[in-house]
Ligand binder design. Structure first.
Ligand SMILES: Nc1nc2c([nH]c(=O)n2[C@@H]2O[C@H](COP(=O)(O)OP(=O)(O)OP(=O)(O)O)[C@@H](O)[C@H]2O)c(=O)[nH]1
Length: 135
């Protein structure tokens, strides 16, 4: 089974989280699903380098700060195994450009579950909500 390793950014601004919607895809389980921006780690890159590169490519965005690792999820999709490392990042604006995604939302933690997330993202969304409730 094919394995891919991906980094994803949980971008925050004023207690809202940035969620992006993927374009249509032949794989129905990721088509038009919501996710956190990011992508595959390329050969020779650190996770942080990959995250910065993907955020520039997808959003023309440079985070003001990137926290240490938030959560790594290993998820078995029908066609590949995904390892996804998520990092909390911070923005100074809500105005983020979309170069690849078809829509975006800034949501409070309590509203995150309203979106149709890629399955691998559910543990991240759950952890964000749990952590938020303990504050
Ligand atoms: N970036 C990102 N990818 C995710 C998330 N959840 C999830 O299942 N994935 C899956 O992880 C894979 C990431 O690949 P990608 O296509 O975004 O990465 P990329 O930009 O490097 O790919 P490409 O250069 O092949 O187009 C996709 O299959 C995507 O569906 C998520 O929250 N963020």
């Amino acid at each position: 089974m094919k394995k891919i390793e991906v980094v994803a950014a949980i971008i925050s601004f004023e207690n809202k989280t940035f969620c992006v919607q993927r374009p249509e895809n032949k794989l129905s389980y990721i088509s038009k699903k919501f996710e956190f921006p990011g992508g595959k780690i390329e050969k020779g890159e650190s996770k942080e380098q990959a995250l910065k590169r993907e955020l520039l490519e997808e959003l023309n965005f440079i985070p003001t700060k990137i926290d240490s690792l938030f959560l790594t999820v290993v998820h078995q999709y029908p066609d590949f195994e995904l390892t996804m490392h998520s990092f909390k990042c911070y923005s100074e604006t809500k105005d983020i450009q979309l170069n690849e995604h078809i829509s975006s939302e800034w949501l409070s933690l309590k509203d995150l579950k309203m979106l149709d997330w890629a399955e691998a993202d559910i543990p991240i969304v759950n952890r964000l909500i749990e952590n938020g409730q303990s504050i």
